[in-house]
Design a protein. Structure first.
Length: 266
C-alpha cells in the first residue's frame, strides 16, 4: 500500500533519509499497562484463511504493554496514541504497495525517525485472544509497539465454510451444511434440508451469532433431521472463533462445545 517495501523503508528510516512528516500535540503521560505480547502465526497462513492482501483505506490497530492504538483515517492521515505519552498525527499521501501482504511507512516524529509496518499474519490480541488479519508494529527511538490490526470479520468473510464436525462428531452429510459470512454482518447458510439466515458480530473481542431464521422443510432421514437441529441450536451459543493450523475454522461456545468448518480446496 505504501510507496516502498518494508525493508527499503526500514533502511531509509534508520539512515534518517526519509521525508519528514509533521508531528503534533504530544499527549500527557499515562501509566503503562504490562501485558503479554500478541500471539503471531506465520505469514504463509493456510489458504483457507482469507486475510485481506492490502491494508484497507480505513484501518485500526491496537496493542498492549503499554496500551496503544493506531488509526488510518482515509488515505491521508495516521493517528497514533500510547499510554506512555507518545502521540502523533501524520498527514501524507499513500499509494498501493507492489508487494502483497506487507506495507511500511517511514516518518519523522518529534525530530526522530519512526517506522510503521503491517504484515499479513494471523495475530491474536494479547488480552482478548481474538484473531486479527494483520500484525502491526510501530518502531520509535529503540522501542517497538507490537499489536494486531484489521477487522477480525475479514478472516471469516468470503467463500462459504463447510460444516465438518460438531463436538467431534463428523457430519452425516459432508458438504451439505455451510455458513457464509457477509461484509454487512449477515450470515447465510444451508443445512441438509433447509436454508437459514442470521446476523453476526465480532465486536467485544469475540463472535456472537443471532438465532437463525430457517425454512421449514422436513428431512426424510431422521438422523439428518437431528443433525440439522443440533447445528441450528448451536449457532446462537457461539462466543468466539479461532483457526486450526490446517486453516479450519473453529466456532466455540462458552461451554467448550465447538463446530469445525473448512473451505474446499481451489
Amino acid at each position: 500500500m505504501f510507496p516502498r517495501s518494508a525493508a527499503a523503508l526500514a533502511a531509509c528510516v534508520l539512515a534518517a533519509a526519509c521525508s519528514s512528516q509533521r508531528a503534533i500535540e504530544p499527549a500527557r503521560p499515562m501509566p503503562a499497562e504490562a501485558t503479554a505480547a500478541p500471539q503471531l502465526h506465520p505469514v504463509a497462513s493456510p489458504p483457507s484463511v482469507a486475510a485481506p492482501k492490502a491494508v484497507p483505506p480505513r484501518f485500526e490497530a491496537q496493542g498492549h504493554q503499554p496500551r496503544w492504538s493506531l488509526r488510518l483515517q482515509g488515505q491521508d492521515e495516521i493517528l497514533f496514541e500510547a499510554e506512555d505519552g507518545l502521540r502523533f498525527r501524520t498527514q501524507t499521501l499513500f499509494t498501493p504497495d507492489t508487494s502483497p501482504g506487507a506495507a511500511a511507512l517511514g516518518i519523522e516524529v518529534q525530530g526522530h525517525p519512526a517506522l510503521i509496518s503491517a504484515e499479513r499474519r494471523l495475530c491474536h490480541d494479547a488480552q482478548s485472544a481474538q484473531p486479527h488479519p494483520w500484525q502491526v508494529s510501530v518502531t520509535y527511538r529503540g522501542k517497538v509497539y507490537l499489536g494486531c490490526g484489521g477487522r477480525p470479520a475479514a478472516l471469516l468473510e468470503g467463500a462459504a465454510w463447510q460444516a465438518d464436525a460438531l463436538d467431534g462428531a463428523p457430519s452425516l452429510s459432508p458438504g451439505l451444511s455451510s455458513l457464509q459470512f457477509e461484509a454487512d454482518g449477515r450470515l447465510s447458510g444451508r443445512t441438509p434440508c433447509n436454508r437459514f439466515t442470521a446476523g453476526f458480530d465480532t465486536r467485544e473481542g469475540g463472535l456472537s451469532l443471532s438465532a437463525p431464521a430457517s425454512t421449514r422443510m422436513v428431512c426424510q432421514d431422521p438422523a439428518r433431521q437431528a443433525e440439522e437441529a443440533a447445528l441450528l441450536a448451536f449457532l446462537p451459543q457461539v462466543a468466539r472463533f479461532d483457526f486450526e493450523p490446517s486453516g479450519d475454522l473453529l466456532l466455540r461456545a462458552a461451554d467448550g462445545r465447538r463446530l469445525r468448518l473448512s473451505r474446499p480446496a481451489r
